[in-house]
Ligand binder design. Structure first.
Ligand code: S3P
Length: 445
């Protein structure tokens, strides 16, 4: 159990400077996992060294791959080849990370090994049946708690069969778990998604040499197919800065008068940029400079200047492209002029915490008027003036709830405290140092 780390964020002046946001979490997990089943060496530049990704690295080592950080900060993975993962002698601890757990369950499911997965108190509450149901259809077996929750034993098989599976929820984790199981399954495995979710697995698999196709179906859904048992070859990977982490300094700079902040090399995969589209619609001044391609992923340098934001309606079909960004958008909405309505937030209830409830409770405590709709919508009434703040907000082991309320504290009349900032290390190590370097006033209490 980590020691709770309460933090207080107080109102600040203008933010200024350049901030190098750590590497993308989704891409970092995938680079370690694919590197581990490729032949030869994978060299990873800019890997996120947050707790979540370190749990993946440790698990890949327990499964037989080598994964080490060099003194130069570059990670090198020596893979075992597809189908070559070894049975781990210990329980695989996924910590706080749903992505690590769900993707790795998929990857090991098509290996003839038995693995026991566990996580922290937050992860062990999260639903896993969404991955174990399709993987069972492919031939793996599972013994877990109710709802398939962790701790969970996976009995993998090297006789898995390909399936065609329509996702019941818009989830890149579920899509990826099936594709990763399909990787060591003879034949073609297809996942159909009604709403496009992040495609880092598909992009990176192609980079490693697999055949992955995406087809638009008659009803507009996407059919993503992987041809099983390819030869994967170790590659060089340049991990872009995480747009989900960049969201915090971006929103902070928008909210503080006089601010100008520069963020180089931020991932701009269109399946991840819903928050940026939304902020621009709200009136944000964000420059997307020097757009380029970095090892198959689009990136840009962001220049953000303080802006007066206006409330808008955020449509439900945008949710998959900004699923992790609603807490910080809610902080921005609390400072905007007018009402912001965010639709289609059901999935927020099964993240690291019930984010819909945590955001609504925290904002209410800070004096912001909010409503949660029966349709899982969130309405935030901004007044264009700083919210009152002056509250201690519960974070429920959720890094993004903690960071979002620390950003709100920078723009509130009175300081905001979060009960525990320890989980920030899962995705954004040195968040406090980087934010204070721009001019924030965040301190331990
Ligand atoms: C992720 C997918 C999303 C996101 C998570 C990372 C991924 O989860 O919330 O932080 O890397 O595939 P879902 O697929 O469950 O929506």
């Amino acid at each position: 159990m980590m020691q709770a780390k309460p933090l207080r964020s107080s109102s600040t002046g203008a933010l200024a400077g350049t901030v190098r946001v750590p590497g993308d979490k989704s891409i970092s997990h995938r680079s370690l996992m694919l590197g581990a089943v490729a032949v030869g060496e994978t060299v990873i530049h800019g890997l996120l060294e947050g707790e979540d990704v370190l749990h993946t690295a440790a698990s890949m080592r327990l499964l037989g791959a080598q994964a080490e950080r060099g003194a130069d900060g570059v990670w090198r993975v020596r893979g075992v080849g597809l189908g070559g993962l070894a049975e781990p002698a210990q329980v695989l601890d996924m910590g706080n990370s749903g992505t690590a757990a769900r993707l790795l369950i998929g990857l090991v499911a098509s290996h003839p090994i038995t693995c026991v997965f566990t996580g922290d108190a937050s992860l062990n509450k999260r639903p896993m049946a969404r991955v174990t149901n399709p993987l069972e259809q492919m031939g793996a077996r599972f013994v877990g708690r109710s709802g398939g929750r962790l701790p969970l034993t996976v009995v993998g098989s090297d006789q898995t069969v390909p399936i065609t599976y329509r996702l019941p929820v818009a989830s890149a984790q579920v899509k990826s778990a099936i594709i990763l199981c399909g990787l060591n399954t003879a034949g073609t495995t297809t996942v159909i998604e009604a709403e496009p979710t992040r495609d880092h697995t598909e992009l990176m698999l192609r980079h490693f040499g697999a055949t992955v196709t995406t087809e638009v179906m008659e009803d507009g859904a996407l059919a993503v197919s992987v041809v099983g048992q390819p030869e994967l070859t170790g590659r060089e990977i340049f991990v872009p800065a995480d747009p989900s982490s960049a969201a915090f300094p971006v929103v902070a700079a928008l909210l503080r008068p006089g601010s100008e902040v520069f963020l180089p090399g931020v991932g701009m995969n269109p399946r991840r940029t819903g928050l940026y589209d939304t902020l621009v619609e709200m009136g944000a001044d964000i420059g997307f400079e020097n757009r380029r391609d970095q090892a198959g992923e689009p990136v840009a340098d962001l220049r953000v200047r303080h802006s007066s934001l206006k409330g808008i309606v955020v449509p439900a079909d945008r949710a998959p492209s900004m699923i992790d960004e609603y807490p910080v958008l809610a902080a921005a909405a609390a400072c905007a002029e007018g009402t912001t309505v965010m639709l289609g937030l059901k999935e927020l209830r099964v993240k690291e915490s019930d984010r819909l409830a945590m955001v609504a409770d925290g904002l209410t405590k800070c004096g912001v008027k909010v409503e949660v709709g029966a349709d899982d919508s969130l309405t935030v009434h901004g007044t264009g003036k700083p919210p009152q703040g002056g509250a201690t907000v519960a974070t429920a082991m959720d890094h993004r709830i903690a960071m979002s309320f620390l950003v709100l504290g920078m723009a509130s009349a009175d300081p905001i405290q979060v009960d525990d900032g320890a989980f920030i290390d899962t995705s954004f190590p040195d968040f406090v140092g980087l934010m204070n370097g721009l001019g924030a006033n965040i301190k331990g209490i």
